[in-house]
Ligand binder design. Sequence first.
Ligand SMILES: C[S@@+](CC[C@H](N)C(=O)[O-])C[C@H]1O[C@@H](n2cnc3c(N)ncnc32)[C@H](O)[C@@H]1O
Length: 254
Amino acid sequence: MACGHGRVTRELARRGAHVLGVDISPALLANAKAAEVRSPLGITYRWADVTSPRCLARETFEIIVCNFGLSDIDDLPRALATVARVLNPNGLFVFSILHPCFPGSGDDAPSSWPPDKGYFHQGWWLARNPGFRGKIGSNFRMLSTYLNALTGHGLQIDEAAEPRPPAGNASDHLGAQVPWYLVLRTRKVGAGPGMDAALPTGMATEKQREAARRNIKKAQAAAKEKRTMADLPRSTRTALGKQGAKVARQKRSS
Ligand SMILES: C[S@@+](CC[C@H](N)C(=O)[O-])C[C@H]1O[C@@H](n2cnc3c(N)ncnc32)[C@H](O)[C@@H]1O
């Protein structure tokens, strides 16, 4: 997703993946396609605006990878809606971004946020450096914005990484002490917080999650009829645990 000239698509294909690369920039896609012609790896490239509800309407994927693309995409919720729509259940969404808390290092590596406005000022901005972010700008979002948007689209964090900056990258003391990048592997666990925020933890398989969703629906239906948890079959009560009971209580009181 947002594959640009295809450096990550090529690496994934070299590692054995069957890859489709999508991007909104015809110029970058032309570079990617030219590389595929020069050294074929079986990669398909396609123009797409990943924020469009029509994007990839007929396909589903096991894994979506987005390397330094999210801050270039203006509408994060709509991009994540596409991810959630086209990922298979339990599928992975893996992405890297400039760490939202990166405070900057020297003149060439500006902070994630506009320095004159501060961390809490979200939105598009143009850095004052000669590099990439000084030319095309980027969308700054707080860390919590990313985390809440992921959860809101049923994407649960599997693993997070904050790699150490390569030695020599930082041009000052602070820059050498903080992570520059944030990498998250997330898993599609459901349709969104409406249902999946209530799932008991420790459910490893989609089959277990599906069973838990069915049980939560039963609890919600029972709550609608003003029945109590005690009226539910023992198996449903056990599967629901505390989380399901909470849903039932909330529904009853609303
Ligand atoms: C910093 S580049 C990263 C490219 C590539 N992933 C890489 O690692 O080299 C960000 C990319 O996001 C793409 N992009 C921005 N908005 C997009 C959108 N709405 N849909 C698809 N691609 C988008 C840009 O065209 C650009 O190729």
